[in-house]
Design a protein around this ligand. Structure first.
Ligand code: AMP
Ligand code: MG
Length: 351
């Protein structure tokens, strides 16, 4: 299959591009498009066959549900029969934005979208290309991240192309995404709210609107053994090809020292070492490492933006081992830590 790449402006997308892309979706094809978080791989959410193609193209396990993207409240009411009152408040305050809400699924949504669950995950993206595409299609778009299953999510069109060229119909190239990590996923019912995936909307903000918010135990601890509330939880994710280890600790000096020491040991044993660390730590590392300096360590927003491109860049340099710096778990830091730990398959070194 030939994958067409159409360029457009991220703030003011061309009508012609949106029309062409919507036509592909209408005929049951797949289009990768930018959102504010990462690039998504979209299909018409009401077309079961089209949604099945997403799983094939990504090699995604069929028991991992995808998120449905809407551009209006009408569309939300088409995909869910009963939105809890508590969710309405979140929607009013935080949509469009990087917050996915898990609510009861309407029969209009084919079960494949939700991997057979009675619920559906919905969000309204804050990106003019994504919103424009949904509007032009006139239906919600089912879209997981536009990477091969298990690989780091794409934050630009080139990364989508690297994974999916030849297996999807079209990529809309509108440059880099704004945030760089996937949306927060929260399950909301009348009396309980549980974060299933940490993301750009932090726990602190959700607590402000909902009061009591639980964090699913799988997020902060290591490998998860229980029945997953969200099937995506059980897979190794976001992973580079090399083995990876995350060095964590509350005290920055101790952490940085541990990183340097670990790197030197690996180098001494003859390994090619990749590093993904803050700019401050980067200055302390020996010259032989394959280096990805993310951002100043107190700029977690910039760190979040750099994680996936850095993992992909390290992959291209082909190290034997990647040593990554852990970050504080506040704000978007919880999402950063969750992605790093998953990418490392929960290999964590405490400093
Ligand atoms: P991705 O689109 O690749 O960012 O992955 C979507 C993620 O959203 C899945 O891995 C799940 O964690 C979550 N998700 C989607 N639908 C549901 C649902 N109905 N219930 C719980 N979690 C969901
Ligand atoms: Mg994904």
């Amino acid at each position: 299959m030939l994958t067409r790449v159409l360029k457009t402006d991220k703030h003011r997308p061309s009508k012609k591009v949106l029309q062409e892309a919507a036509a592909v979706l209408k005929s049951g094809g797949l289009v990768a498009f930018p959102t504010e978080t990462v690039y998504g791989l979209g299909a018409n959410a009401f077309n079961e066959n089209a949604v099945l193609k997403i799983f094939t193209a990504k090699k995604r396990p069929p028991d991992n549900p995808v998120i449905v993207h809407v551009s209006s409240m009408e569309m939300l009411n088409q995909v869910s029969t009963s939105v809890p009152r508590r969710a309405e408040k979140l929607i009013r305050e935080l949509w469009p934005g990087p917050l996915t809400i898990v609510v009861p699924r309407s029969l209009k949504v084919p079960p494949v979208v939700s991997a057979g669950l009675e619920t559906v995950a919905v969000r309204m993206p804050a990106h003019n290309v994504a919103l424009g595409l949904i509007e032009h299609l006139g239906s919600p778009i089912a879209a997981p991240s536009a990477n091969l299953s298990g690989r780091p999510s794409p934050t630009n069109a080139k990364d989508v192309y690297e994974d999916l060229n030849g297996s999807i119909d079209m990529i809309i190239d509108a440059g880099e995404t704004f945030i760089g990590v996937e949306s927060t996923v929260i399950q909301v019912s009348e009396n309980r709210s549980v974060i299933l995936r940490p993301g750009p909307i932090p726990l602190e903000i959700l607590r402000k609107y909902l009061g009591d918010v639980e964090v699913h135990p799988s997020i902060l601890s290591g490998g998860f053994e229980g029945v997953p509330a969200s099937p995506g939880m059980k897979y190794r994710h976001y992973a580079p090809r090399a083995d990876m280890i995350v060095v964590e600790g509350d005290d920055y000096e101790r952490k940085a020292a541990k990183i340097v020491e670990t790197v030197e040991e690996y180098l001494k044993s003859g390994l090619k070492v990749g590093c993904m660390v803050s700019e401050e730590t980067a200055l302390r590392l020996p010259g032989q490492v394959m280096l990805e300096a993310l951002a100043p360590r107190n700029r977690l927003d910039l760190v979040a933006r750099r994680i996936y491109p850095a993992l992909r860049s390290l992959d291209r340099m082909n190290p034997d081992i990647i040593v990554a710096e852990g970050f504080p778990e506040e704000g978007i830091g919880m999402a950063i830590q969750n992605r790093l730990r998953k990418a490392a398959g929960y290999r964590i070194l405490k400093a």
